[in-house]
Write a protein that binds this ligand. Structure first.
Ligand code: HEC
Length: 123
């Protein structure tokens, strides 16, 4: 019995370590995706470029909202989402749909990266 408990605890510990490692990997890949696909319009500070600066963005929207937005900005605007409509009115251009963001993996990686960037705010 005790042995089983130890085994379960060990499995849980290993699994949680693996998920921490994965999250960190996601951050690095997310950073590369940011450089390639987002940095032309978004800075990592609060400074506006073609689009809003990313600092604080994970506090301005839920992760679910960010994920939907990244997948297809136009669809979120057209759904009548008030946050999306406010953004659209404020910026001259509308964010394009970025093909690679059709997949969940890169979207999750970008979000991990944005969360990491926002940790700078907490310090
Ligand atoms: C061609 C310029 C352009 C590119 C490239 C671009 N965006 Fe945007 N993004 C915008 C604009 C402009 C807005 C403001 C809303 C609007 O008018 O579409 C925006 C808004 C956002 C928002 C909401 C920000 C806030 O402060 O509320 C997020 C999140 C976002 N973009 C993520 C991304 C990610 C992630 C990428 C890269 C995968 C990316 N964007 C690439 C132009 C761009």
């Amino acid at each position: 019995m005790r042995c089983q408990k130890m085994f379960a605890l060990t499995v849980m510990a290993v699994m949680s370590m693996a998920s921490i490692a994965n999250a960190e990997e996601g951050v690095e890949e997310g950073h590369q995706l940011y450089v390639k696909y987002c940095s032309g319009c978004h800075k990592l500070t609060d400074q506006t470029s073609k689009g809003p600066g990313f600092l604080g963005v994970t506090g301005r929207h839920s992760e679910a909202w960010i994920e939907k937005w990244i997948q297809n900005p136009k669809a979120v605007i057209e759904s009548g989402d008030p946050d999306a409509i406010k953004l659209k009115e404020k910026y001259k251009i509308t964010m394009p749909t970025i093909k690679v963001m059709a997949d969940e993996k890169p979207r999750r990686e970008i979000i991990e990266f944005l969360k990491e960037n926002d940790k700078n705010l907490a310090q």
